[in-house]
Design a protein around this ligand. Sequence first.
Ligand code: GLA
Length: 429
Amino acid sequence: MGRGQDARATAGQRPALQGHAAMMDPDRQSDASEGAALDSETVGKFVAKFEENFGGREGLRCARAPGRVNLIGEHTDYSGGFVMPMAVDREVRLFFRPAPGGPVRLWSENYGEWDEFDLDDIQRNDSASGAWPNYVRGVALMLQETGCELCPIEGIIHGDVPIGAGLSSSAAVEVAAAKAFCAAANCEPDMRELALLCQRAENEFVGVNCGIMDQFVSIHASAECALLLDCRSLEHELLPLDTSAFRVVVCNTMVHHELAGSAYNERRAQCEDAARRLNERIGGVEQLRDVSPDVLADNADVLDEVTLKRARHVVGENARTLQAAEALKAGDHAQFGRLMDESHESLRRDYEVSCEELDLMVELARRQPGVLGARLVGAGFGGCTVNLVRRQHADGVVRSVKAAYREETGIEPEIYQFVAVGGARVGTC
Ligand code: GLA
């Protein structure tokens, strides 16, 4: 396509997620039974701790929000594109109760520290050792800005989502806090609004320019399903995962390179720049979502080399994600795996968000029998890879990759076989 033509007409991004999505209530509350039950030992431990710190257990409830792994569609959400995450059986839990008249008082079990703040004067807390207080404070502020009259809460926050591993522990903190504040104040914005305000808390209060994927899936996920999400319209479709055929194996490199924050915001700016330039040439380009691979190829000359590479990744990844959804529906797991492999190559070569350890982890997995596809997951520069593995090979892959990575790097990796769980919920203890 040449100059002056409307990119949207040929962008090839179908008016996504009709049919199935249209039949679902987009703000359906996830069924409480979809998540793994909290084991009684965990509940007992935190109830006792709560009683010790706050006196009594009357009115105690637990807000739970899962982390996520993204099967495909990486670095597309902030360009209005397509993603396909699933929620994993690791979560953040906030044991809480309303504490009218007092400040918000929370203990982080992971960081071993308190945070306390007044709802009528919410400022950043930059003296804590973890970023967690600002996720909670930011969410409280955004809820107030949408008109919720919040009630202070007291409680204990604890999570087993690996931190800094690309599995969205921060979104899980935001969503658990949002759920707890809403429950305590008896206000329930719709689930889509809740996801958007959690994202706003991270963008505007914490200062990380993330997209909508993590918060959205932590709220809207469903057990045994991946969630295909159109990040512009927020239409979504649940795609059943055939766990009798394959396992989702996630390998944690245990490294986290400092570049992550600045490089993320830089990539985002490059995508916006690419969209602006393409729009000047052909019109109709609000975000890279509006550009097809062919349109990009025909208009490549308006972009400098680096910006073109960034755009090529996003545009290709959107197409791959839609193809992957078709492959999943058709039960073609081999094709799904190939698309994951291509995604990694594109993230490595064009988007340049991989690192040695991630490439090694992907390479080691690909050598194993039964591995259908392997790619880095999340923002990149460390953290995890996600692998689609034939079920009967999963345990062997875990053992072999673990040993090989340890031998090559001297680092002991963590490897998880996750199941897909339902989204955030509040329950009694
Ligand atoms: C982080 C962000 C997400 C998304 C991914 C990359 O996880 O929080 O919004 O952009 O990186 O796909």
